[in-house]
Design a protein around this ligand. Structure first.
Ligand code: SF4
Length: 462
């Protein structure tokens, strides 16, 4: 695509996965203790157009198979550029890096994970100067309101750490801006399909009270992006009619999901992890996961390196959640959504959260009702589901009340009625309600039963 760049650049490379054994070097990711990407809006006379700086070792100085702390700092200027656009321009780093043959970019903000393949390195892609040139050209051609752009790559560990702290302050400032506004007050919602290269049926519905899954695009960011680039991947969603304010079902959101998912997803309830939950791409900051043994929900974030209380690490649960699907009980969320008054309100909100890593709890503590905060266990309190049960009972977590109210199905009636045998039947998809918030879906199942026994179910007397 560019004659002076030794590798190809184009949308066909989006979604390219680079495995550990195939990488020349890795930037950020779970093995690096600090990483960030940050875009700041500057005045036209404050930056030097097309300047590229490298602080720390360049790619050619890195050993094969090495991992590095990493920062990408982009400064942009233009008459139309305002602070609200920073988050939107920043999210495009993901897209444009993934356009480069042999570069993989995952996640966002303080959690970025990039790899450069051995193949592309051997072709001569061996300097951040080349990388910066590609990004600058893509930014200017795709977002013409950017008049000047200056990029700094940082691999010096001390400098990455110093700027990481600065970046966290900027993210917090952006997130706080959208707080306080209600979904009912918004004249429109915003949609984002940037993650469709990895999850083709995914579309974020961004509202003031349901932040995007990646935690990088707020309602204000969506509004700013749709204004300057209305035909881009971030667009306006007409709310349409509100069918259910508690669940968060809007005809406009349903229609958009149906269109953007090519008919795969026809309905979305914004404030629940069950039935018709918001789709989950793969960039979510955390996962809310159902723990059937206690009828509660746990939350785990991407940075949690241990196994969770159900014995599974984040990566396993992310696999069960991702892909642009609606999966009952596995729900991709952002940390900022946890600060929303509508956070999983259909499922019981904070009264249903039973476990989370202590680091996330610390971050959102001020938004957890004070009567529940000490009743939510962390990895410091319990290690297994059995220990969790004891903890919840001891601390009188609200979910314990649900256990008492749950019907215990006991087949106490001895009288049985027999129905005639069911012939072999075949259905493309059969859903079976299994209770406890789960649904079992059988695809292309053939069912044959020799006899069917109908039993009367009685509630156990307590
Ligand atoms: S998670 Fe959602 S808002 Fe964030 S980039 Fe992906 S589609 Fe867009």
């Amino acid at each position: 695509m560019f004659e002076d760049i030794p590798v190809d650049v184009g949308v066909i490379y989006e979604g390219e996965r680079i495995r550990y054994k195939d990488m020349h070097a890795e930037f950020g990711g779970p093995r690096a203790d600090a990483k960030f990407e940050l875009v700041r809006a500057k005045g036209l006379d404050e930056i030097e157009d097309e300047k590229i700086a490298v602080i720390g070792p360049d790619i050619k100085d890195m050993e094969e198979g090495s991992t590095h702390p990493f920062g990408i700092y982009i400064e942009v200027a233009g008459k139309e550029i305002e602070e609200d656009l920073e988050g939107v321009i920043e999210r495009r780093i993901h897209e444009y890096c993934n356009f480069i043959e042999g570069i993989m970019h995952l996640n966002q903000r303080y959690d970025i994970h990039l790899r450069l393949s051995k193949k592309s390195f051997q072709k001569g892609f061996n300097s951040f100067n080349l990388w910066g040139k590609v990004l600058q050209r893509l930014y200017k051609s795709e977002l013409p309101f950017i008049e000047k752009i200056q990029i700094t790559f940082i691999t010096d560990p001390k400098k990455v750490h110093a700027m990481y702290a600065e970046a966290i302050k900027v993210y917090d400032h952006r997130d706080a801006k959208a707080r306080g506004m209600k979904d009912e007050e918004a004249d429109a919602f915003y949609g984002c399909t940037l993650c469709q290269s990895f999850a083709p049926t995914h579309c974020c519905v961004i509202t003031p009270q349901r932040y995007s899954n990646c935690g990088a695009i707020s309602w204000f960011d969506g509004r700013a992006a749709a204004r300057v680039d209305p035909k881009g991947p971030i667009f306006t969603i007409d709310k349409g009619e509100c069918l259910d304010p508690f669940k968060g079902e809007y005809t406009g959101a349903n229609a958009t999901l149906n269109e953007k998912s090519m008919g795969e997803v026809a309905r979305v309830w914004l404030y629940t992890a069950f039935d018709y939950p918001h789709t989950s791409c793969g960039c979510f900051e955390g996962v809310a996961f159902y723990i059937p043994e206690v009828d509660g929900l746990g939350v785990v974030h991407r940075g949690f390196k241990d196994v969770t209380v159900n014995g599974l690490p984040f990566s396993t649960m992310a696999d069960s959640t991702a892909g642009g699907r609606q999966v009952d009980g596995f729900h991709g969320i952002s940390i900022e959504y946890m600060r929303s008054p509508k956070f999983l309100q259909v499922d019981g909100g904070w009264n249903r959260i039973v476990w989370m890593p202590s680091s996330v709890k610390e971050r959102v503590k001020g938004f957890i009702p004070k009567e529940v905060v000490d009743k939510i266990a962390t990895e410091d309190d319990v290690k297994t589901v059995d220990e969790l049960k004891v903890f919840l009972e001891k601390h009188e977590h609200p979910v314990v009340q649900r256990w008492k109210e749950m019907p215990v199905e006991v087949a106490a009636e001895v009288k049985e009625e027999e129905a005639p045998a069911i012939p072999v039947t075949s259905r493309p998809t059969t859903a079976i309600a299994a209770g406890g918030g789960f649904k079992i879906i059988l695809k292309n199942a053939k069912i044959h039963a020799e006899r069917v026994i109908v039993k009367r179910i009685q509630k156990e007397k307590r």
